[in-house]
Design a protein. Structure first.
Length: 133
């Protein structure tokens, strides 16, 4: 079955929270608020805000937690993932989340200075590769 890929741009509603699995893999979660702009006659207004839970794994989780914070505008590329469970009371619940594949700050509203990282998440400084052209 094919994946459902999405691209979302919005604002973080809280600081990214990193936890670790029993095997030591980093997991990061945050919510992204997305508010569309709607034209109403000659005026623009805010539409209804949607909130999306974003899940990130391993290095991406660590890098996002170090780079983003509450209120930052971010772009997220990922896959929609449905998760179901049953509460202790026996109620069935389902949620659709975004499993992030790429995350970055929006450069429309801010600036960023990319730094290459090593495999352990520590900064290795500026890019040293030859230009691709």
């Amino acid at each position: 079955m094919p994946d459902t890929h999405v691209t979302i741009t919005g604002n973080l509603t809280d600081d990214p929270e990193v936890t670790f699995t029993p095997n030591g893999a980093a997991v990061c979660n945050f919510r992204l608020a997305v508010t569309p702009r709607i034209k109403d006659g000659d005026q623009w207004k805010d539409g209804e805000t949607s909130f999306f839970r974003i899940n990130l794994w391993r290095d991406l989780a660590s890098h996002a937690a170090e780079s983003l914070s509450k209120g930052d505008r971010a772009l997220v590329i990922g896959r929609l993932k449905a998760r179901s469970w049953e509460t202790p009371e026996g109620d069935k619940r389902t949620v659709v989340e975004v499993q992030a594949e790429e995350v970055g700050p929006s450069l429309r509203w801010a600036t960023a200075k990319p730094e290459r990282t090593t495999g352990n998440g520590k900064s290795a400084g500026q890019f040293n590769d030859d230009p691709p052209f």
